[in-house]
Every structure is written in structure tokens, then in C-alpha cells.
Design a protein around this ligand. Structure first.
Ligand SMILES: *Cc1c(COP(=O)(O)O)cnc(C)c1O
Length: 372
């Protein structure tokens, strides 16, 4: 039996060397390497400003706060996402209004966003699911017409594009994750990209308790008192994170190409497996996850069958509004967001990482055939 892990990173000598370089400096928390990472990541994205943060989860909180979201506001979020997206709005005292998704792609449906607009709506969060970008042009038009902020949850998409635009090029801010299994990783970490210089300034302040200077600015010079100007968070990236991430940036395109070849092999092989449908994709996907849809009454058996055969798998995600907290504490019902609920009952994520062999794909497909 050929075992296949769900994910394996390719970190090694380049990252060790980069961290070693940072350890020879006085900075291990936020310092010059964060600034270097922010410059390089901004260049990679083609977006003017990048602000390094401690995670995508905190980045979403900081971004929504910087865009004015607060108590009493409503934030529209697709229900097919990770809980971090909607929780960010709740932590700011805002109400989450779930939008429904396209039944074939799981991406937010602009018509559902339009239907969710209300007088208290303050922001829309788009989610780029599995590496495919949300329909940003349509969402931008809705946000502009209604005077709303548009944030991208780009945890699944660095190297993606749609209609000629990448993450951060259409939304007011795009928030990235560098958690262990994402396209680039420092174990944890995140970044916010924006084309708006004034917003970038607010983001820098909010990631550091709303105080007026960063630690690196204070190093070496005569002591100057700092001040607190707004209520912020402890949410900055560290130089150790940045040291880890910098050597990975030039490898992202090659990693994406490797995942695309594996995804195409999956798609070709799965064409002959009844009851298993790859999630539809178009545009340039970052291929963060390879997700298939199976019949809802077979999903748990498929997950168990893959597990018994040594194949790593996951569910990304059960629709957020169906989870206990959102159902019991906030009163959401399955049928309030029916297509997301149905999609979340059917989705299974298969192993996908740049170093996987073609034989691994074939082993996963064989196990899936036996399990479904
Ligand atoms: C991973 C993930 C997050 C949270 O990222 P962290 O960096 O772990 O906080 C948010 N949204 C989506 C869609 C994710 O997959």
C-alpha cells in the first residue's frame, strides 16, 4: 500500500541559511527583514503596499477594522470558507450575513451578495477558494455602487489570477496566510496587501496596538516617547517569520506549476470514477487544494476509506453557517444558505503538494475508486 500524506512542505537549507542570517542581527521580532519581506511580496503581487501580520485570521480583523467595521455593522461573507473569515467580523462586534455560493465552484455568487445588502452593510469579504479567485469584477461593481469596502480572504491564493487581475489588485485589501499548509509558510504568519497608502498606514498602526512607532524605529536612536493613537491589536509579523518566507518567494511559481500538473493528472484520472466530480475551475488557479465533490451520503465513507488506505484527506469546509456556534448561538439555519450547505456536505480535499509523485496521484485515485 502506497501511503500519501495530505501535505508536505519543501523547507530546508535555504530557509535555515536565511534564519541564520537573521540570528546574527539584534532583531528577532518586527525589524528590517519584515520590511524586506513586505517589499518583495508587494513586488511579487504587483500591489504597492504590504503589511506583515501574525496570521491571516488577525489580518482579517485588522483589515476590517482599518476599513471602518465596528459594532452594529454588517459584513457579507460567503458561507463556504474557513471560520476565520466570519469570526473576524464577529470579533469587531459586527454581524455576519452569509452569502451563498456557485454550486460547481464553491465561490461566492455575486447575486447572493447583492441580495444580502442592507442599510447597515459595511463590507464584503470575498474568499478565493482552493486557489481559484472569486468573481472580483462583479463584487467590485456591487461594492462601489453601495459604497462598501471589499476585502479578499486570499489564504488560498497567492499565485492566482482572474480576468487579468491577481489578489489585491481589485479589492481594497487582500489578506494572506502563511500557516503550515499554505502556499508559502513560516508555520504561522500573514500579510495584508493594498494599493491604498493611507490604508497601509492605518494597518501598520493597528497591527501594533495603535502605537506611533515600531520597535525597529526605536532601536539605536536616542529614546523618544511613543504614543497610542488608536485601539489596535498585537498582530505583527516577526523577522524570524520573514526570514523563513523570503527564500520561498522565488519558488512559488515552480511550486504552482508542479501542483497544476498534478491537478491535471487527477482530473484526467477521475473522469473514469463514477460519483466523484472535481470542483470546476477556470482562470489561473493557485492550486492550493484539490477538492472533489462526492454524494453527501457517501462522504464519510469516502473519508474513512481513504484514511484506511493511508491517504491523507480533509474537508475544506463544512459550510460555516451549519457549525454549532453559528447555528445555536447566532440562529443560522441550513436552508438560509442552501447551496453552500449542500456543497459543504459533498466536498473532500485530496493530497496536493509540489513534491508529490505522479504515482502518488494514481494511488490516491485508486483508493478513491475503492472507497466511493
Ligand atoms: C487558513 C485560512 C485562514 C486563516 O489563516 P491563518 O493564517 O491560519 O490565520 C483564513 N481563511 C481561509 C480561507 C483559510 O484557508
Amino acid at each position: 500500500m502506497r501511503r500519501v500524506e495530505f501535505f508536505r512542505h519543501d523547507l530546508g537549507e535555504a530557509e535555515l541559511e536565511s534564519v541564520r542570517r537573521t540570528l546574527a542581527t539584534p532583531f528577532v521580532a518586527m525589524g528590517p527583514r519584515v520590511a524586506e519581506f513586505e517589499r518583495e511580496f508587494a513586488r511579487l503581487l504587483g500591489v504597492e503596499h504590504v503589511v506583515g501580520v501574525s496570521s491571516c485570521s488577525m489580518g482579517l480583523v485588522v483589515a476590517l477594522r482599518a476599513l471602518g467595521v465596528g459594532p452594529g455593522d454588517e459584513v457579507i461573507v460567503p458561507a463556504m470558507t474557513y471560520v476565520a473569515t466570519s469570526n473576524a467580523a464577529l470579533h469587531l462586534g459586527a454581524r455576519v450575513v452569509f452569502a451563498d455560493v456557485d454550486a460547481a465552484t464553491g465561490l461566492v455568487d455575486p447575486a447572493s451578495v447583492e441580495a444580502a445588502l442592507a442599510p447597515r452593510t459595511r463590507a464584503i469579504v470575498a474568499v478565493h477558494l482552493y486557489g481559484q479567485m472569486a468573481p472580483m469584477a462583479a463584487l467590485r461593481a456591487i461594492a462601489d455602487r453601495a459604497g462598501l469596502a471589499l476585502v479578499e480572504d486570499s489564504a488560498h491564493a497567492i499565485t492566482a489570477a482572474r480576468d487579468g487581475a491577481g489578489p489585491g489588485q481589485v479589492g481594497d485589501a487582500a489578506v494572506f496566510s502563511f500557516y503550515a499548509t499554505k502556499e508559502a509558510t513560516a508555520g504561522d504568519g500573514g500579510a495584508i496587501a493594498t494599493r491604498d497608502g493611507a490604508l497601509a498606514g492605518r494597518l501598520r498602526r493597528l497591527r501594533n496596538h495603535g502605537i506611533s512607532a515600531d520597535a525597529a524605529d526605536r532601536h539605536g536612536a536616542a529614546y523618544r516617547h511613543w504614543d497610542m493613537l488608536s485601539l489596535g491589536f498585537k498582530a505583527a509579523m516577526t523577522d524570524l517569520d520573514a526570514a523563513f518566507l523570503l527564500p520561498q518567494l522565488p519558488r512559488l511559481d515552480a511550486r504552482r506549476a508542479a501542483r497544476q500538473a498534478l491537478a491535471e493528472r487527477y482530473e484526467a484520472a477521475l473522469a473514469g470514477v463514477p460519483g466523484v466530480t472535481p470542483v470546476r475551475r477556470d482562470g489561473r488557479s493557485a492550486h492550493h487544494l484539490f477538492a472533489v465533490l462526492v454524494p453527501p451520503d457517501r462522504r464519510d465513507a469516502v473519508l474513512a476509506g481513504l484514511g484506511e488506505r493511508g491517504i491523507g484527506c480533509a474537508v475544506n469546509y463544512r459550510a460555516v453557517h451549519t457549525l454549532s456556534y453559528y447555528r445555536d448561538e447566532l440562529g443560522w439555519a441550513r436552508d438560509d444558505v442552501p447551496r453552500a450547505a449542500a456543497f459543504g456536505d459533498r466536498t473532500v480535499s485530496l493530497p496536493l503538494w509540489a513534491g508529490m509523485a505522479k504515482d502518488d496521484v494514481d494511488a490516491v485515485v485508486a483508493a478513491l475508486r475503492e472507497s466511493s
